[in-house]
Design a protein around this ligand. Structure first.
Ligand SMILES: C[S@@+](CC[C@H](N)C(=O)[O-])C[C@H]1O[C@@H](n2cnc3c(N)ncnc32)[C@H](O)[C@@H]1O
Ligand code: SF4
Length: 455
């Protein structure tokens, strides 16, 4: 039996590394012109991955850390679609939109809070601007089961959507009430049936551990009930509590959160349950069936991490479309305006709605590789890294290696000449293990780090 109380000292603010450098390093000096230059230098042979942000939700789930606009007004949605169309038209002027599209993701907010007709309109416009979707393109959509009908499914299916992700979070009635998201099991089951009937064979379910009033027992019940639905993938996120950024999170009584040692036990139980019931762990918070591409990608060393979590499709340039969305190429990140009025103003003036960005230098690219390898595979091939970047790893990262000593002494990882490798317990602390490689984090005093806690 592992003594998890030993590890609670690692419960500290830290990035989730959906990007490196992380979003706080993005800055406003990065201009539209910079982005256009990056576009110009991209090879036409590189496929595109599209992310479309549909930001609206009907009501607030109090835990939510996403970029959301709460509304019940129909005209807001109509107007948003008009702006998406205008943004796409501006994009077409600067980007070769005839490039292949290998991936498209609708995220939110709640994409299916738009009506089926509205979603149809968005999909048609995108496919007009980007006519060359690859035949096996991965097209996915986030779905709130409380806002999803067969008509939505029909439109998505016709539009080529082959993956769905359902938000569930937790099934316990008391937890659901506290988080302001009452969603009976039957609601989730019904939408699963709709999706399966439509022939969708890649369905993900999102759960969150660390929510108020959750205990080992309640979460154990949730995962067992969810397993009866046999999703192809699961994301089991660590609740990111950032009340200084997210007002609704301030509604929670922090004394109702499980302590870090219990959270680690919940995570361990969850890993044990899913891995003995037909799933494999992928990265730090995903599970997939062994025949799922996500798991196969690990064995091939092709698992990548991006803003949506983990993906099998690397080597594409990500184009973010819509308010607040993020895009990136090999050597840059760009984020659109976060405020709707600023996003609209930029577009009205005929500009790409560039809010912030970041241009990566050689050191960033190397550290990005190291961190993403650790976050995806829980290990790093030192020799391969040395060859790829022409460095002496142990000299280049002497500070980081020293910082990792404590993890080695705690038997959470091993460091040899060839590899850094976290073991099963270390994998639960992979954010902490990646942090010493982050050049920027080390410049911020620990008490000033505005990230959620790693445990
Ligand atoms: C945009 S939502 C998914 C689609 C839809 N809006 C829904 O909630 O069903 C993305 C996912 O992010 C996760 N999420 C949101 N806020 C979070 C937080 N504070 N900590 C951890 N995960 C969070 C939830 O699991 C949620 O399902
Ligand atoms: S979790 Fe999903 S439905 Fe709830 S507020 Fe966030 S984006 Fe909206």
């Amino acid at each position: 039996m592992i003594d998890f109380s030993k590890f609670t000292k690692y419960s500290k603010p830290g990035p989730r590394y959906t990007s490196y450098p992380t979003a706080p390093e993005f800055h406003e000096q990065f201009s539209e012109e910079d982005l256009i230059n990056f576009f110009k230098n991209q090879s036409d042979d590189r496929p595109l991955s599209l992310y479309i942000h549909l930001p609206f939700c009907r009501s607030a789930c109090y835990f939510c850390g996403c970029n959301v606009i709460f509304t019940s007004k129909e005209d807001k949605k109509v107007k948003y679609i008009e702006y998406l169309k205008k943004e796409l038209a501006i994009l077409k002027k600067h980007l070769n939109t005839n490039r292949d599209v290998s991936q498209m993701h609708f995220g939110g907010g709640t994409p299916t809070f738009f009506s089926p007709e509205q979603l149809q309109e968005v999909i048609t416009e995108i496919k007009t601007i980007f006519p060359n979707f690859q035949e096996d393109a991965e097209i996915s959509c986030e779905v709130d089961p409380r806002f999803f009908t067969k008509e939505h499914m029909d439109v998505l299916k016709k539009g080529g959507v082959n993956r769905l992700s359902f938000g569930v979070q937790d099934l316990d009635p008391k937890v659901q009430e506290t988080i302001h998201r009452v969603q009976p099991f039957e609601t989730t089951k019904n939408v699963m049936d709709i999706a399966r009937d439509a022939g969708i064979n890649s369905i993900n379910i999102d759960l969150i551990y660390g929510l108020p009033h959750q205990t080992k027992e309640t979460f154990a019940k949730t995962i067992r009930q969810i397993a009866t639905l046999a999703p192809d993938r699961l994301a089991v996120f660590n609740y990111a509590h950032v009340p200084w950024m997210m007002k609704t999170q301030r509604k929670f009584d922090e004394t109702t959160f499980a302590p870090p040692s219990t959270k680690l036990e919940i995570l361990k139980d969850t890993i044990e349950y899913f891995t003995t019931n037909g799933y494999k762990m992928v990265g730090m918070d995903h599970f997939a069936k062994p025949e799922d591409e996500l798991f196969k990608a690990i064995t091939k060393g092709e698992l990548h991490r991006n803003f949506q979590g983990y993906t099998t499709k690397g080597g594409a340039d990500l184009i973010g479309i819509g308010v607040t969305s993020i895009g990136n190429g090999d050597d840059y990140y760009i984020q659109n305006y976060k405020k709707l009025n600023e996003y609209e103003e930029a577009i009205d003036a005929g500009h790409l709605p560039v809010f912030k960005g970041y241009s990566l230098n050689d050191d960033d690219i190397l550290r990005q590789y190291v961190i993403m390898e650790l976050m995806s595979n829980f290990s790093l091939d030192i020799k391969r890294t040395e060859e790829k970047f022409n460095i002496n790893f142990k000299e280049y990262f002497a500070d980081a290696i020293e910082a990792l000593q404590e993890f080695e002494e705690a038997e959470l990882l091993t460091i040899s000449d060839k590899k850094i490798e976290a073991n099963e317990t270390g994998a639960m602390l992979i954010r902490n293990i990646s942090m010493p490689f982050d050049a920027y984090l080390n410049n911020i005093p620990e008490d000033k780090r505005r990230f959620s806690k790693t445990i």
